[in-house]
Design a protein around this ligand. Structure first.
Ligand code: ADP
Ligand code: MG
Length: 226
C-alpha cells in the first residue's frame, strides 16, 4: 500500500507539472498558429504546402496538450442523471460521416425494455465513447461492422464496442492505455488513458479484450442510477 501511495503521489506531482507546462505552451502556440496561417495566406506553390504541414503539426501539438490537461487537472464535472442510450446515439451520429468514409457500419443493439440511466458528466462520457469508436474505426482498415451493445446486469450497465479491426497482439494489450503508447503515425497515445480516467471518476470500469487479426472488444461498465 505504501508503494502504491507513493506512486500516486509521484504521479500527482508529475501531473501538476505537466499541466503547468501544457498551459504555458498554449499561448505561444496560439501565436505561432496565427502567424503560420497568415504566412500560408501570403504564400504560393510549394511554400503554401509547407505552411499547411506546419499548421497541421501545430494542431497536433494542441491536441496533445489538451489531452494532457484533461489527464493532469481535476476537471470540473457536472454530474447529472442521463440516458446512456441518448448519449450513445448522439456520439454515433456525430461520427457517422467518418464511419461512412471508412466503410464502417455502426450497428446498435440496446435492450430497450430497460430505461438505463447513469449519473454522469455527459460531455466527459461522450469524450470516452468518441475515443473508443474512433479507435475502432481506425482499426478497420478496409471497413467492417462495429457493434455497440448496451446491456443491464443487475445494478450495472455494460456497454460493449465490438469491432472487426486488426486487433491487438496479446503481449501488447497491457501497453494499451499507457501514456503515449500508440501504433499510429498520427496518434497521441492518450485517448484511452483519458477515457479510463473518466470512467474511474464515474465509479466504472473499462476492459479491453482482443485477438490479433480478428478484432477488439472494449467493455465499459457503469453503475446504474435508480
Ligand atoms: P491513439 O488512438 O492516439 O493511438 P489511444 O490511447 O486511443 O491512442 O490508443 C492507443 C493504442 O491502442 C492505439 O494506437 C492502438 O494501437 C491500440 N488500440 C486502441 N483501440 C484499438 C482497437 N479498437 N483496435 C486495435 N487497436 C486498438
Ligand atoms: Mg485513439
Amino acid at each position: 500500500t505504501d508503494e502504491l501511495l507513493l506512486r500516486s503521489e509521484k504521479l500527482n506531482a508529475v501531473g501538476q507539472l505537466a499541466a503547468g507546462v501544457a498551459h504555458e505552451i498554449r499561448n505561444p502556440l496560439t501565436s505561432l498558429k496565427g502567424f503560420t496561417q497568415m504566412l500560408h495566406a501570403m504564400s504560393k506553390g510549394k511554400e503554401k504546402r509547407y505552411f499547411e504541414i506546419m499548421n497541421a503539426e501545430l494542431d497536433r501539438i494542441k491536441m496533445i496538450l489538451s489531452e494532457m490537461l484533461v489527464l493532469a487537472k481535476p476537471q470540473s464535472t457536472h454530474f447529472r442523471k442521463s440516458h446512456i442510450k441518448l448519449i450513445l446515439h448522439e456520439v454515433i451520429t456525430l461520427l457517422s460521416a467518418l464511419a461512412n468514409m471508412r466503410s464502417v457500419d455502426i450497428q446498435t443493439a440496446f435492450d430497450d425494455n430497460e430505461v438505463a440511466m447513469v449519473l454522469c458528466d455527459e460531455n466527459q462520457l461522450k469524450q470516452v465513447f468518441i475515443n473508443i469508436i474512433k479507435n475502432a474505426i481506425e482499426a478497420m482498415h478496409s471497413g467492417g461492422i462495429l457493434r455497440v451493445h448496451v446491456k443491464t446486469q443487475g445494478n450495472q450497465l455494460c456497454i460493449e464496442f465490438i469491432d472487426q479491426g486488426e486487433g491487438i497482439p496479446e503481449d501488447r494489450i497491457p501497453k494499451v492505455g499507457e501514456p503515449f503508447y500508440t501504433t499510429k503515425e498520427k496518434g497521441t497515445g492518450l485517448g484511452l488513458m483519458v477515457s479510463r480516467k473518466i470512467i474511474t471518476a464515474h465509479h466504472g470500469d473499462m476492459e479491453i479484450s482482443s485477438k490479433k487479426g480478428h478484432g477488439t472488444t472494449v467493455r465499459v461498465i457503469l453503475p446504474v442510477e435508480s
